[in-house]
Design a protein around this ligand. Sequence first.
Ligand SMILES: Cc1cc2nc3c(=O)[nH]c(=O)nc-3n(C[C@H](O)[C@H](O)[C@H](O)COP(=O)(O)OP(=O)(O)OC[C@H]3O[C@@H](n4cnc5c(N)ncnc54)[C@H](O)[C@@H]3O)c2cc1C
Length: 378
Amino acid sequence: MDFSEPVEYRDLRDAIRAITDKYGCAYFAERAAAHEPTTELWQDLAHHGFIGINLPEEYGGGGAGMSELAIVCEETAAHGCPLLLLLVSSAISGELLTRHGTVEQRREWLPRMACGDTKVVFAITEPDAGSNTRQIATTATRDGSDYLLNGTKYYISGIDEAGAVIVVARSAPEKLSLFLVPTDAPGLIKHRLPVGISLPEKQHTLHFADVRVPASALVGTEHDGFRQVFDGLNPERITGAAVCVGVGRHAVTKGADYARTRSVWGPAIGSYQAISHPLAKAKIEVDLASMMTAKAAWLYDNGHPAGEASNVAKYAAAEAAIGAVDHAIQLHGGNGLSAEYGLVPHWGLARLLRIAPVSREMILNYVAQHSLSLPRSY
Ligand SMILES: Cc1cc2nc3c(=O)[nH]c(=O)nc-3n(C[C@H](O)[C@H](O)[C@H](O)COP(=O)(O)OP(=O)(O)OC[C@H]3O[C@@H](n4cnc5c(N)ncnc54)[C@H](O)[C@@H]3O)c2cc1C
């Protein structure tokens, strides 16, 4: 077993850091407060080939894997700019289109995603179907050679920045299918869904009122959506974990910097164990989560079952990030809540990633059932 990081991964980290540092955490905090997208950073990263690093080379991507995309997620976050839509457009939608999209869908969308021209977002959650995807009520009904989509999705991130959305819909009583729907499709109505945390990405409720799509909008095999969607969920969990590792690293760094320099009674506050121990604990937890994230990405890239590791990584990283940001805020005193120090948006994002894309409780259910063979409780 070799734990040393390959030189090309270190170079990738340096390159991402150099780009992200041009923008920095003040840029992110300002965009997050305004709920405005971090378009310049996204396009800068895309221009250098990093947004589509996991997409196939023949479609303009980098031909690399989840390990490399996770590094992009981690380093942007570690340098103050966590990018939620990497989980959605590059990870889940990118992987679903690569694995299950038709040649025409791949040709039309992957190059534009890779070069930063557009994004493809993902809609599975409904008001009555979040953790329980079996309750999905959005329907896709055959009408000649077309499908008609009807129903409601909510909390859909980034639809205002996207050219298309992959929609999970019920195509038969017990079957789901995936559809690639242009965001300007007639009958697709979007309403902003304000959230209380500061994020650059906006969330929307989507109403599908007889949205007509051709059969060519089907992603993969009809009625096989439930199985196919799992091919995108592990990448989403791995990249979610990677963002959390980056958020945790950012918080630990900012916390340590402040603790070394802030003096209240004479010595720097970092000399008090009430300050240093939680920070040391946060660093340990972030480091552990980082190792599990790298393992999950490696398993995925090498074609091994990655469900358990992806879930464990996402759980550990979200918990580590929340703990790290919370303590960084605490040791900043009042400055921890200031806009200037920019920590609160990172707390909001880490807090979100305990709930989404899969909640902490559903991960514990998964581990209890699948890893420990305990009976299902629900
Ligand atoms: C800011 C934001 C962005 C999002 N972006 C997207 C997006 O782009 N696309 C998309 O499709 N969705 C998105 N979501 C939705 C997100 O994935 C869901 O909120 C998440 O999956 C949880 O579903 P829910 O909110 O319906 O919670 P529920 O399923 O209603 O769960 C409520 C609570 O009960 C717990 N719970 C549920 N079942 C069990 C059980 N069996 N055992 C123990 N506890 C249980 C849950 O863990 C949770 O704590 C986003 C959400 C937010 C807040």
